[in-house]
Design a protein around this ligand. Structure first.
Ligand SMILES: Cc1cc2nc3c(=O)[nH]c(=O)nc-3n(C[C@H](O)[C@H](O)[C@H](O)COP(=O)(O)OP(=O)(O)OC[C@H]3O[C@@H](n4cnc5c(N)ncnc54)[C@H](O)[C@@H]3O)c2cc1C
Length: 421
């Protein structure tokens, strides 16, 4: 394999931008291609909850989840909703999703794999943020999970598996939680603090700053929509875009939830689906949490960002094209107001911002990181689902190692695209 190559990276979300920085570090020449702007609102990397949670090792599907599917179909505003009109298209992915979480053993295999991918992630992000001149955007002060009762926590398979993979935490009773979070609704009586985790104060600004840093160090940015990859035999010769071809020796597909058509263009039909998520943000809120909090009942994260108090989460299966259902963002706002009763109920609309975006999700909750079947000149790096921000730091390093033909720093077997082919 040649030492230095011209690498075209498709997608300038967290995964693509950090891959660009790491590929440059390996001595490659890099062109970053995106239809929008790096860190822009079109990317999931812009509007996520900002958790750098190295303990997020539990995939979305767990044993018994199939029992909840009728509820997902009936309630369009529930924490997980499937649109009826999209059900036929989503069905093959949904079946794989349910099967991947059918047994505890399968979930455990994924938990161990994700732990490998996520270990040290807050530290890796902090180093990247320092390198890009924005250290203040990455904090490593831990995050908190809150539960209506200890029973909700004790009965959770996820926390049992987290212990098994080596995650440590501190448990708080109602009084201890109240001392830490005096404004939190008293219905939460049990809390868990994971001190190893971190948070990002503004994911969009972070990705934009990393992209600026990459450009300042020689990465070239091309604003264009990629429509395919051009091979000559098993050698990659160009990325095809709507405005022409970009000649290159290697390419990385990091187009998030939009990666499916690109992999199909080189003969890899992969089960990538969008798990659509929303956020609501209150600018200059009167009060809020001291730490960053995940509420187990609302299935959402509340995080201070530099732009305001953000509540983000929930899942909607409705494909890439359907219009957003903004009522889902309203539900997040209502949860936020109920979690923090001292927030005024009449916050003017001008101070409330909403957003929706596409989590790029594989059915088993593990990303695809590996070579295309057609050519080792093509590296896949997408499908990071709920953990694409936190896992982007190590993913970028792995991508660079694959591009250079070096052994990857962790086993990539659990993330191999061929597990679906
Ligand atoms: C509500 C919500 C909350 C979340 N919370 C967290 C969290 O707290 N922590 C966490 O780790 N993760 C979280 N996530 C998940 C995380 O945001 C994603 O997994 C991650 O951002 C995916 O990054 P990416 O770079 O793969 O994709 P994206 O950020 O979506 O970037 C893909 C880029 O590719 C570009 N693109 C697409 N198609 C093409 C094309 N054909 N040609 C050129 N460019 C193209 C797009 O314009 C975009 O810029 C959350 C997601 C959501 C929706």
């Amino acid at each position: 394999m040649p030492e230095s190559r011209h690498v075209a990276i498709i997608g300038a979300g967290a995964i693509g931008v950090i891959s660009a920085i790491e590929a440059l570090r390996e001595g490659h020449r890099v062109t970053l291609i995106d239809a929008g702007t790096p860190g822009g609102e079109q990317a999931a990397s812009y509007g996520n909850a900002g958790w750098l949670s190295s303990h997020s090792v539990i995939p979305p599907a767990e044993p018994g989840v199939w029992k909840k599917v009728p509820g997902y179909l009936i309630d369009p505003l529930g924490p997980l909703a499937i649109r009826w009109s999209y059900l036929p298209k989503a069905l093959p992915w949904l079946i794989k999703y349910l099967l991947s979480g059918w047994t505890e053993a399968r979930v455990e295999t994924t938990a161990f794999a994700l732990r490998d991918l996520l270990k040290d992630a807050p530290l890796l992000h902090r180093k990247l943020a320092e390198e890009a001149g924005v250290p203040e955007l990455v904090e490593r002060n831990g995050v908190m999970h809150v539960f209506p009762s200890r029973g909700n926590f004790d009965n959770d398979l996820g926390w049992r598996l987290r212990k098994k993979v080596g995650v440590q935490w501190m448990e708080l009773n109602a009084d201890e939680m109240r001392q830490r979070e005096p404004d939190l609704h008293p219905r939460y009586t049990f809390g868990v603090v994971v001190e190893e985790a971190g948070r990002c104060r503004d994911p969009g600004a972070y990705v934009a700053a990393l992209a600026q840093h990459a450009l300042a160090n020689g990465v070239k940015f091309v604003q264009a929509k990629a429509i395919g990859l051009k091979l000559s035999g098993n050698k990659l010769v160009a990325v095809r875009t709507e405005t022409g071809e970009i000649a290159c020796d290697a390419a990385v597909v990091a187009a998030g939830a939009h990666s499916k058509k690109l992999t199909a263009s080189v003969g890899d039909p992969l089960p990538l689906e969008t798990e659509r998520g929303y956020h609501v943000m209150i600018e200059n809120p009167e009060i809020g949490p001291r730490s960053s909090i995940m509420a187990s009942d609302a299935k959402m994260v509340v995080n201070w960002t530099d732009k305001g108090l953000r509540a983000a989460g929930t899942v909607e299966i409705a494909g890439l094209e359907a219009a957003p259902n903004w009522k889902r963002a309203e539900i997040l706002r209502n949860h936020l107001l109920s979690m923090f009763p001292k927030l005024p109920k009449d916050i003017p609309a001008s101070r409330i911002k909403t957003w929706f975006g596409h989590r790029p999700s594989m059915p088993d909750g593990r990303p695809c990181i590996g070579y295309a079947r057609a050519s080792r000149d093509i590296v896949y790096a997408f499908g990071h689902g709920h953990i694409g921000l936190v896992s982007s730091a190590r993913t970028g390093r792995l991508v660079a190692q694959l591009l250079s033909g070096k052994p990857p720093e962790i086993s990539l077997a659990p993330f191999s695209p061929s597990r679906f082919l």
